[in-house]
Design a protein around this ligand. Sequence first.
Ligand SMILES: [Zn+2]
Length: 439
Amino acid sequence: MIKIVKTMKYEIKYDKELYNLLGDIQHAIWLIKNRATTAAYDWQQFSFSYNERFGEYPKEKEIIGKTLSPDVYGFLKAMGSFVSSSIVDSAVNEAITKFKNDKVKILKGEQSIQIYRRNGSFPIRVSQIKGITKLDNKTYNAKLSLLSKEGAKERNCKGQSVVTLITGNGAYEILDRIINGEYKMSDSRIYKRKNKFYLLLTYKFEKEAEKVLDENRIMGVDIGVAVPAVLAINEDKFYRQYVGDAKEVSDFVAQINDRKKRLQRSRKWAGEGSRGSGRKKLMKPVDAISNKIHNYRETKNHTWSRFIVNEALKNECGTIQIEDLSGITTDNAFLKDWTFYSLQQKIIDKAKEHGIKVVKVKPNYTSKRCNKCGFIHKDVKKEIWRPTQADFKCLNCGHETNADLNAARNIAIKDIEKIIEDQLKAQEKNVKHVEEYLV
Ligand SMILES: [Zn+2]
């Protein structure tokens, strides 16, 4: 998710009293910002002479409180005593921050200090904008806290002013979304153009990041025995990811099968000779257990496939390459298990949903090829290149790695089938070289 911050302007509907108030605030803030800038400059000068006299710079916090001396701050507040203090605070902070950012250039004489315009904007904090309600598609009401207590008393009105916002094309949808909580408001501004006041509303929301997927960035998925899936990326030699725990699944299945066997035995005794619906009823718990295993595996496959596709998205892989498990001949019961096709299918379905291309790779030599030098251990005794289930050791270059990771890295290579084919041809010519290791 990424955070989006945007602004939209809304005309504030003319009302004589309201426009007079906004004009007065604009005027006060104009004076305050210029005065604050001058005060910051004066402080800078004071700071230099202090340094000359005492050999160190005055510490702002100790000597003047937060940013400006309480005297100056009090004076600034008095200039806009009728204005809500959060508007004055924000305006003073803006002026001081601007001065600090420009300070070096100002002191070097490269820039003059900021002079604020008479018709400039003033800040309004998010906490001062409340109660947005829809009147119709063009107009909305909002309550703005513009006055201080003192100002409200002075002007004989409430601290909150109800203003009507006039929306343009599409702008009303933003207010609708703010009302329904989809968007959040942020600190905003009020400004004047051609005799009209506007609220420049800042709003924010979260959005799913749109990743640009690169088709040439390939994630290889090796489906295996020790670990259900191992991931590699062709353009990232450091990337590796082991997905899931096959032992957890096999333990669960073994435990359930145990129970099933016990049940079947007891049913057999109890159900001997019985026929029809009576027997069906007795066998029900056994079926329920089979379902349990099925559901468990399906849940795991969903979790793993979701994780794999998320990894591909996160890493901007536009292609997933996976072994083509249809028609696989293996003596490994776990691989033969149909749930592996189910895992594969779930990866393919979820990848396509997200616009990731899926390429199936013949699995014939993906485990036997050394990912480092390309040598394929065809007709080479398995105990030489794969001393244990988990380990790969290259006869040609000596490269040692996790066997499943080695396979995943091969699967992640673009046009790997063609590369394997060419390599096999090249090796046939060199067959003598490895003769002594052959089966
Ligand atoms: Zn090698």
